[in-house]
Design a protein around this ligand. Structure first.
Ligand SMILES: CC(=O)N[C@@H]([C@@H](O)[C@H](O)[C@H](O)CO)[C@@H](O)CC(=O)C(=O)O
Length: 294
């Protein structure tokens, strides 16, 4: 595997898997998607086949094809392509990891087991301790949890700065940066990458008033409030697909699994909220393609 020449930093878009109206993967638009991320959003790192990419709803064969297409289309355009290879079957994970290496991906990421899971919460900080002895190629962590105490302890463990600590809750990225995140992986960077990069710049320049203004404007007007982010990640794929289609003009199609109930009521609310983000060229949301969490 061609492991990262440089540490993964900055924004990483958790890519959607574009689909046709029949639910088949829409491979021909992936090239256009790469150009859109690079040219319009200033995002040059991607995380493929994760939650946002519906990796676990795709067959192994589809996951291989999607990974290969992103690597091919991203060549000489993207900085790093990370392929998520987690699966419930260890064999499938190994196959996908091997394949990622063969196609020249820059790295792989793996979700922890989630079906037979332990009774108590496994803290990311516990996982980091001594991990390089077990996984010599370990590069970093995507922290998709709102527990900033745990994240802070990961930062503390990473005092030699050997790992990339990528924050995965877009709504809390500013807090993650303050705690020491070295970058971020998220769904909203597909369509809010440029604005989020401005937040990163404001943060770098220690202009915290502007940074906070960006954070609040970017996340809170259009992402539904979550009381339990990780147990009910309601900002669903169907919503992200609908928004990305509107903003980029590239058809993302429906989600593979109808995980969200499409409701006219939610659509109307989202449209009003999105219009309040005056930097987004929303022509208006038509139809019931947005979903509220079921
Ligand atoms: C639970 C979830 O989907 N989290 C998203 C966030 O980007 C999330 O969509 C965002 O914070 C909006 O709620 C990412 O952490 C997911 C991600 O990196 C992935 O697609 O694997």
């Amino acid at each position: 595997m061609a492991f990262p020449k440089k540490k993964l930093r900055g924004l990483v878009a958790a890519t959607l898997t574009p689909m046709t109206e029949n639910g088949e993967i829409n491979f021909p638009v992936i090239g256009q998607y790469v150009d859109y991320l690079v040219k319009e959003q200033g995002v040059k790192n991607i995380f493929v086949n994760g939650t946002t990419g519906e990796g676990l709803s795709l067959s192994v064969s589809e996951r291989r094809q999607v990974a290969a297409e992103w690597v091919t289309q991203g060549r000489n355009k993207l900085d790093q392509v990370v392929i998520h290879v987690g699966a419930l079957s260890l064999k499938e994970s190994q196959e996908l990891a091997q394949h990622a290496a063969e196609i020249g991906a820059d790295g792989i990421a793996v979700i922890a087991p989630f079906f037979f899971k332990s009774q108590s919460k496994v803290r990311a900080e516990e996982l980091l301790g001594g991990i390089q002895e077990k996984i010599p190629t370990f590069q970093g962590l995507k922290f998709s949890d709102t527990d900033l105490l745990d994240f802070g302890q990961c930062v503390d463990q990473n005092h030699q700065r050997q790992f990339a600590l990528l924050f995965g809750v877009d709504e809390q990225l500013l807090s993650g940066l303050i705690m020491g995140a070295t970058g971020a992986v998220g769904s909203t960077y597909n369509y809010l990458g440029k604005k989020t990069n401005q937040m990163l710049e404001a943060f770098e320049q220690k202009d915290f008033t502007s940074a906070l203004n960006y954070q609040v404007t970017l996340s809170y007007p259009h992402l539904p409030a979550q009381s339990s982010y990780t147990e009910k990640p309601c900002f669903g794929v169907s919503q992200t697909k609908a928004i990305m289609t509107l903003v980029s003009g590239i058809p993302m199609g429906p989600p593979r699994l109808p995980l969200q109930k499409a409701t006219q009521e939610f659509t109307a609310k989202a449209e009003a909220k999105l219009k309040s983000l005056d930097f987004l060229p929303f022509p208006g949301i038509k139809g019931g393609n947005l979903g509220a969490c079921s």
